[in-house]
Design a binder for this molecule. Structure first.
Ligand SMILES: [Mg+2]
Length: 376
């Protein structure tokens, strides 16, 4: 089965809310959630869907860069290649766009990877979870993302989210240490029986992170996500030595070579896995295997994924038996999508779809109605 055609569809999904990172708002309401959908058709008519949905204040790829990368550099090299040769496809992509500390424009490469996984699983008549070879979980509990300026607002949004059925809360910190502790405390007091953890998105200095870790320990927090810059290996090791919290690396856990280096330097004891930041399922599953075999804490995450990235993540996290609530906050922030039928949910637990491939049906009329003019 050969790859015959690769089509791109830039679309924009409407947002009901935005999230703020230490570098600023991840995107504006007016911008919406911009994604590049990728449709790969094989020579026997089988079709697979992938998507690139970068977040430019989280990592350096943009909607435009993922479009031009896939269209001009990746897609032309893959036409005629065996669709089942995922390793070979990644080798070709990595030859065209060099890898470095990360897999080299991983969000763009992930779009191709997801479409191929969808395609070959559809051809085989199995789900992506079955392809991954584990039925550890049948769904993933979603967390609510709290990104607010003060504790009053934190309590208000937590109350609302509890009423919607959320049982876990991730709090964006890394802006202002005093307000950050108050925000986390307000969420914990509003949702006393729930899992709560802070994510600083690299926003603290080492000294700030050390004192924040003490404050979070006092509150009874167990996980502290990416407190300091991903390049500060010394700091990550120091922090791990000085706190009982699990320091979970997200931005730093961008690929296998850097993760191995962090393991060698005893500077990692937990990672947040995102399908898109590592270049797709092919590498994400290897990182999960590495984390599991090294006895690390493994949590699921995303980049405000639209349904394709969301579905791929649910299949992967369920296959690896991740029971810690996942920060897959696409459904929280997006007010519409391109699915023909709603994603299967049980409360705020996303169920693994049971149809072959990613198990979701794309509404191509809806995609056309959501078309994004990139004005290239
Ligand atoms: Mg994070």
């Amino acid at each position: 089965m050969k790859i015959e055609r690769i089509e791109l569809f830039p679309v924009v999904l409407p947002l009901r809310s935005v999230l703020t990172l230490p570098r600023g708002a991840s995107r504006t309401l007016a911008e919406g959630k911009q994604i590049i959908l990728v449709k790969i058709s094989a020579d026997d008519g089988t079709v697979g869907w992938g998507e690139a949905g970068p977040s430019r204040r989280w990592s350096p790829e943009t909607t435009h860069s993922t479009y031009t990368t896939i269209k001009h550099y990746l897609a032309p090299e893959l036409i005629g290649h065996d669709a089942f040769d995922i390793q070979g496809v990644h080798s070709i992509m990595n030859t065209e766009l060099a890898t470095g500390l990360d897999p080299g424009q991983p969000v763009a490469k992930a779009a191709i990877d997801l479409a191929l996984h969808d395609l070959i699983c559809k051809k085989l008549g199995i789900t992506l979870q079955t392809w991954l070879g584990s039925k550890a979980e049948n769904g993933i509990e979603l967390s609510y993302l709290v990104s607010v300026p003060d504790p009053d607002k934190a309590a208000e949004v937590t109350t609302k989210a509890l009423a919607e059925g959320y049982k876990a809360f991730k709090v964006k910190v890394g802006h202002n240490p005093d307000v950050d502790v108050a925000n986390v405390k307000a969420v914990m007091e509003t949702a006393p029986d729930c899992v709560v953890w802070p994510d600083a998105n690299q926003g603290y200095t080492l000294n700030q992170a050390l004192s924040m870790a003490r404050a979070f320990e006092d509150l009874g927090i167990e996980v502290f996500e990416q407190p300091i810059p991903m390049t500060d290996v010394y700091g990550m090791r120091k922090l791990m030595q000085r706190t009982s919290l699990s320091i979970v690396l997200d931005e730093a856990a961008m690929g296998i070579p850097y993760m191995i280096e962090l393991l060698r330097r005893e500077a990692v004891d937990g990672i947040a896995i995102k399908v898109n930041k590592v270049g797709g399922i092919h590498y994400a599953r290897q990182m999960c295997d590495l984390a599991r075999n090294a006895g690390m804490v493994l949590i699921g995450s995303g980049l405000m994924d639209a349904p394709i990235g969301f579905a791929a993540s649910v299949h992967l996290f369920a296959a690896y038996g991740i029971t810690f609530p996942a920060d897959l906050n696409g459904p929280q922030h997006m007010s519409d999508d391109y699915l023909a039928a709603p994603f299967p949910m049980e409360g705020k637990r996303a169920l693994v779809p049971t149809a072959p491939g990613l198990g979701i049906e794309i509404d191509e009329d809806k995609i056309r109605s959501m078309a994004l003019d990139l004005s290239l």
